[in-house]
Design a protein around this ligand. Structure first.
Ligand SMILES: [Zn+2]
Length: 263
């Protein structure tokens, strides 16, 4: 099975660019494309009585993948429920199962794990233990979904060192593994002091509570205070001008018409 996964990943990109006829341009430009890493197959670790068996299966898959003769570096991946983080024994087992030579990178995705919501939770001790474990093995941990908080952990002096994040602030900071329904996207506001994207109503509630709105002072005075303490960016200046009530305009949407070639 690992061989098929290897071949699929290895040939997929070149097959894709052939089919799309990009290859003739790349050939002309003398550019050859090949994957940087191939990812060993894995199963998600759910928090259940079977978790240990799946950890062992993943370890075997990684072993087998590492034995394939390869031209491309191999990376590992770990996807799991955040409840697994509550169980130190499982974390030890995970670290043991990744204690192998032959690969440098491990990509992790913890279900719906959000730095701001989860950093003081029961999950965080487990997260630290997990990252310390990989650090001790000198593996480079890349968080597949991570915002500002996770980026801080990439600092070279970080005690729980991440090597990188694959998605970043403003988009894909955390993500549930089971997709949740679509619907119209709601407006969010990147609230600079908290480094967090908030729903508009939350942002407005905070501004009211902290005395930036509806506080008896003039709207222009409040706007000044806002620029001084919350955000002084060009966009806010354009939207808010000298009236804090204009902040509400961040909640508006601008419909626009797109044109395509269909006649
Ligand atoms: Zn701003």
């Amino acid at each position: 099975m690992t061989k098929y996964t290897y071949d699929f990943q290895y040939s997929y990109i070149s097959k894709f660019i052939d089919e799309k006829e990009y290859s003739k341009y790349l050939k002309f430009a003398k550019i050859s494309i090949q994957p940087k890493y191939l990812i060993a197959p894995y199963f998600m670790i759910r928090y259940s009585s079977e978790a240990l068996s799946w950890i062992k299966i993943n370890a075997k898959l990684l072993d087998s993948f590492l034995t394939l003769k390869n031209e491309v570096d191999i990376a590992a991946e770990l996807i799991m429920d955040k409840n697994v983080l509550q169980n130190p024994l499982l974390i030890n087992e995970i670290i043991n199962s990744y204690t192998k030579e032959g690969y440098d990178y491990i990509f992790i995705w913890i279900d719906d794990f959000n730095f701001f919501k989860d950093n003081s939770s029961k999950y965080f001790e487990g997260f630290k233990k997990l990252i310390n474990g990989f650090n001790a093995l000198e593996k480079k941990v890349v968080n597949l979904y991570g915002g500002f908080g996770w980026i801080l952990l990439c600092h070279h002096e970080s005690k729980y060192k991440l090597y990188g994040v694959a998605q970043s602030t403003g988009y894909g900071e955390s993500r549930p593994i089971t997709p949740v329904g679509g619907g119209l996207p709601i407006n969010k506001y990147y609230f600079l002091p908290l480094h967090e994207r908030l729903k508009m109503q939350e942002a407005i509630d905070i501004l009211i509570k902290q005395g930036y709105m509806e506080n008896g002072k003039s709207n222009s005075k409040n706007a000044e205070e806002y620029y001084k303490n919350v955000c002084d960016c060009k966009q806010c200046r354009e939207v808010i001008k000298d009236n804090i009530e204009n902040f509400e305009q961040y909640n508006h949407s601008n419909p626009f018409v797109t044109k395509n070639n269909i006649k």
